[in-house]
Design a protein around this ligand. Structure first.
Ligand code: CMC
Length: 437
């Protein structure tokens, strides 16, 4: 039988030892025993941006980046997108198994009964300027829920945790819709419990004076599929924020707000908005080759391309492309699709992108569908944050149930000065550049 160990030799001291591997990985703490005779607390690993460090064990999501595989709790994303609803998948992600019909009814009922927001949330939103970015409003409003549910701080209590999970999943579409209505100056629409999760979201976004809002079933299903595709993606930037903030036992509202802030950046969930800006900037199919040349010359990135883990086609992008056809069947084709398809075609044949294994990611096509459905690009990342709340909460739940987890606290390699004496202010000579105005 293979030995599950690693033999290590420290050439500074001659010390050698055999360390056990943990599920195929080296435990970083096993390196601490390698010390030089001087005042040394032991060897660390150095891994900026966590390129090769597992920070946890997780049973939620599996990705094989080389093969382009994504599974939630073992189920391929393709099967889930084809056969399930978003709330079914949420249940799976959080509790590990697909629900029975009775369990799904109970779960849907629980989520539905937490979709309302306390009225003060409206006043809070009114404090934002008319042109406030929806993601900023979303992050702040989710954090503000912490002031409404102070008991949420009791994160060690599984029942308290379960209630906050239901509240968050129920309320994020309402917050998202309110931010949208705020930016349009329209009155806020209360949730309608007769509708499904995505239909209700569409109702809160787009209902005007009609007594009952009816969404187009094709569009509602497409949105549900998009929500399934965005529900979790293992230890990405925002999930890592969720775990890191959650590890201090902060409450789930502020932790989700922090994770959403991580998502908002253009290299993460903010990319979907950037893709649309890029397609607008390119303007027409004919201008695609010049744009690609520019990117290759080091001027910017092709937004919606590349991934830290996928080095093969992102399976979510493939499913989104299929969903796009159904959406365009209802809305008419978004002309930006032609530019996007041309970008993809040229990039996938280009040595620069082939060598670096850069393929379209989930954000490349999602914005084109969202725009065709009537969403403005500024709200795209909020549309990502709604379903990803489920993933963040599953990661948070798993963290708190894991006896090996503690407060997250990375080490550093200190590169600053050794000890120095403070010089009285009148004797100091300028060394640093003056502060910018
Ligand atoms: N366009 C052009 N070149 C790129 C791109 C791109 N989109 N992405 C990576 N590269 C190049 C990069 O310049 C580097 O080249 P070189 O080796 O010559 O220096 C090489 O590819 C490796 O890139 P990296 O930056 O080391 O890769 P990373 O794993 O650190 O970054 C990424 C991954 C997603 C941040 C990056 O590919 C990127 O910025 N993509 C554009 C933004 C985007 O679409 N983000 C959404 C990601 S998927 C959904 C999500 O996470 O929310």
């Amino acid at each position: 039988m293979e030995k599950e160990t690693l033999s290590l030799l420290d050439n500074r001291t001659g010390k050698s030892c055999e360390v056990p591997l943990f599920k195929g990985a080296l435990r970083a703490m096993d390196l601490r025993q390698f010390k030089t005779p001087t005042d040394d607390f032991g060897m660390m690993t150095y891994d900026p941006a966590f390129m090769n460090t597992a920070s946890c064990q997780s049973a939620v999501t599996f990705i094989d980046g080389d093969k382009g595989i994504l599974r939630y709790r073992g189920y391929p994303i393709e099967q889930l997108a084809e056969n399930c609803t978003f709330l079914e998948v949420s249940y799976l992600i959080l509790f590990g198994e697909l629900p029975t019909a009775a369990q799904l009814t109970e779960w849907t009922n629980k989520i539905t009964h937490h979709t309302m927001l306390i009225e003060t949330t409206k006043k809070f939103l009114e404090g934002f300027r008319y042109d406030a970015h929806p993601m900023g409003m979303f992050i702040s409003s989710v954090a503000a829920l912490s002031t409404i549910y102070p008991e949420a701080r009791n994160v060690r209590d599984p029942e308290v945790r379960a209630l906050q999970i239901q509240r968050l999943i129920g309320k994020v579409p309402t917050i998202a819709a309110y931010t949208y209505r705020h930016s349009l100056g329209y009155p806020y629409i209360y949730p309608d419990n007769d509708l499904s999760y995505t239909e209700n979201f569409m109702n809160m976004l787009w209902k005007m004076v009609e007594p009952k809002y009816r969404s187009n079933p094709v569009l509602a299903r497409a949105l549900d599929i998009l929500f399934i595709l965005h529900a979790d993606h293992e230890q990405n930037c925002s999930a890592n924020v969720m775990r890191s903030v959650g590890s201090s036992q902060a409450d789930p509202y502020v932790s989700v707000a922090a994770a959403a802030a991580g998502l908002s950046g253009p290299l993460h969930g903010g990319a979907n908005e950037e893709v649309l800006k890029m397609l607008d900037e390119i303007g027409s199919k004919e201008k695609v080759p010049a744009y690609i040349q520019n990117v290759k010359a080091g001027h910017g990135k092709l937004m919606g391309f590349g991934h830290r883990v996928y080095k093969n086609y992102d399976p979510r992008a493939r499913i989104i492309k299929q969903a796009a056809d159904q959406v365009f069947g209802v809305t008419g084709r978004n002309r930006k699709l032609d530019i996007a398809l041309e970008l993809e075609r040229i990039a996938l044949e280009d040595e620069y992108f082939i060598k670096r294994k850069l393929y379209p990611n989930v954000d490349f096509y999602s914005g084109i569908i969202y725009q065709a459905m009537g969403f403005q690009p500024e709200i795209f990342t909020v549309l990502f944050a709604i379903p990803r709340t489920v993933g963040w909460l599953a990661q948070w739940k798993e963290l708190l149930e894991d006896p090996e987890q503690k407060i997250a606290r990375p080490r550093q390699i200190y590169t600053g000065y050794d000890v120095r004496e403070v010089v009285p202010i009148e004797k100091r000579k300028p060394k640093a550049a003056p502060l910018a105005a």
